[in-house]
Write a protein that binds this ligand. Structure first.
Ligand code: CA
Length: 441
């Protein structure tokens, strides 16, 4: 339970027995698992070898087939009826109370050893399974709430006024392309695009400035009807969970095409997401107050202002980017961590992003994906893109094996990871979001 500044308790944000640090699963690999201990229970879509995709929950090094459990009558309604599909849209569309009931039951089944015989045939070794997109993504928007990224990129284009006058008043966003969102592990093909040549005579050629953007993705839970808004105070109930998101970007294409309507083909060639959805229920113990706005910054307009969100609208998440080049792979070297940051660099919260997106009455649907924008920290080590790490290509990143990077080269593999950590709590992980760059066709 979260205590607000005025002493009022917020009943919708509850810690329960599923978060108990002493709780352990009878699945041996789940004990002290860095990513998927019993306290996590993330949702995804997986397929055992030679079998159809189905809903699952990651537990240690295994995946529990929750569709099979629903058919066996082991799970509560209405969640059980929402699991007879190869997407999680129906589950996400349920009221958050239904997902909380499902989580409690799953935690009980995986804790109480008496259930082991009944569940044994529904547990699959994760390494023998294929992971799929967790939902059918109807719509995808991408925001820009990482303020250090906005400052860093702004300085490149407008050294005197890096932030536009609207930045601190609304979460800046644009509509992305849902059809090209792919699950982690899918390679990304270097795109062709139009770039500025000498005297503004453009070329059409493979991008020479392929980049990644470290972001978090928000999955919409219960939607809203067209014409109705989502109040900020209720926005967290409309979020099913979070994932890692790589908004692959072609910087040279972006620079030429972005005026006046913003990014288009420089982003839509592919977006990668991690396969496991870390539920908002699992993230409850990691809620923290977002950083206070610096002195002199504008107060948010009333529709973006809520005491509960101000008290606990951010999560304590640590994020990392690693790179594995072809040469490192050939030398059997491990991926090298090239940056480290936290989610507290967001100028607006997850709930403010959701409330803003629906503030004009635009309907959001279960499974819609909203990206936060690149989450860069205040220092170069926290850069969430190569554009920032290499000073727009002027100061190449030097890797431990002597290689340098201005932008991504063919064969490079980019990996994102995240963990949620809080004192006295069992930390939980997001798994990873990875993709290797293939040469252009
Ligand atoms: Ca982005």
């Amino acid at each position: 339970m979260l205590l607000l500044e005025n002493g009022e308790r917020c009943m919708s944000i509850e810690i329960d027995e599923t978060h108990d640090p002493a709780r352990e699963s009878w699945v041996p690999s789940a004990r002290r698992h860095a990513q998927f201990p019993i306290q996590n229970l993330p949702y995804g879509i997986f397929a055992p070898a030679d079998a159809e995709p189905r809903p699952g929950v990651a537990i240690g090094d295994a995946i529990l087939d929750i569709g099979a459990l629903a058919r066996a009558g082991l799970l509560p309604e209405p969640a059980a009826s929402a699991l007879g599909s190869n997407t999680l849209n129906a589950l996400f569309g349920l009221p958050s109370a239904a997902r909380r009931a499902l989580r409690r039951r799953l935690s009980q089944l995986l804790t109480d050893r008496a259930h082991e015989p009944a569940l044994a045939t529904s547990l699959h070794e994760a390494t023998a399974c294929t992971l799929h997109l967790p939902v059918l993504i109807g719509d995808y928007s991408d925001f820009y709430v990482g303020i250090h990224h906005a400052m860093n990129v702004g300085r490149i284009f407008r050294p005197d006024t890096p932030l536009m006058p609207n930045y601190k008043h609304l979460p800046i966003g644009y509509h992305g392309r849902a059809s090209s969102v792919r699950v982690s592990g899918t390679p990304v093909r270097r795109p062709l695009g139009q770039t500025a040549g000498p005297d503004n005579r453009p070329n059409f050629a493979p991008t020479r400035q392929l980049d990644y953007e470290l972001e978090l993705g928000i999955f919409i839970g219960e939607g809203n009807s067209l014409g109705e808004r989502i109040e900020l105070a209720k926005a967290s109930q409309h979020m099913a969970g979070l994932c890692l998101l790589n908004d692959w970007s072609a910087r040279d294409v972006q620079a030429w095409e972005r005026l006046p309507l913003g990014p288009f083909l420089s982003k839509s060639f592919q977006t990668s997401i991690s396969p496991w959805v870390i539920s908002t229920e699992a993230l409850v113990p990691f809620r923290i107050a977002p950083p206070s706005r610096p002195e002199g910054d504008p107060k948010p307009l009333p529709y973006l202002e809520d005491a509960t969100d101000r008290a606990g609208g951010q999560y304590a998440l640590n994020l990392e980017v690693s790179l594995l080049t072809s040469r490192m792979r050939d030398s059997a070297l491990a991926p090298e961590r090239i940056s480290r940051t936290t989610s507290t660099v967001m100028y607006f919260t997850f709930a403010q992003i959701v409330a803003h997106q629906a503030s004009n009455g635009c309907n959001l649907n279960p499974g819609d994906l909203l990206g936060t924008g690149t989450l860069s920290g205040p220092t170069r080590e926290g850069s969430g893109s190569l554009l920032e790490l290499s000073g727009a290509g002027t100061q190449p990143l030097r890797l431990a094996n002597g290689e340098t990077r201005r932008f991504l080269e063919d064969g490079d593999e980019v990996m994102f990871t995240a963990t949620a950590e809080a004192p006295g709590r069992v930390s939980i992980g997001f798994g990873s979001c990875r993709g290797v760059v293939l040469p252009s066709h």
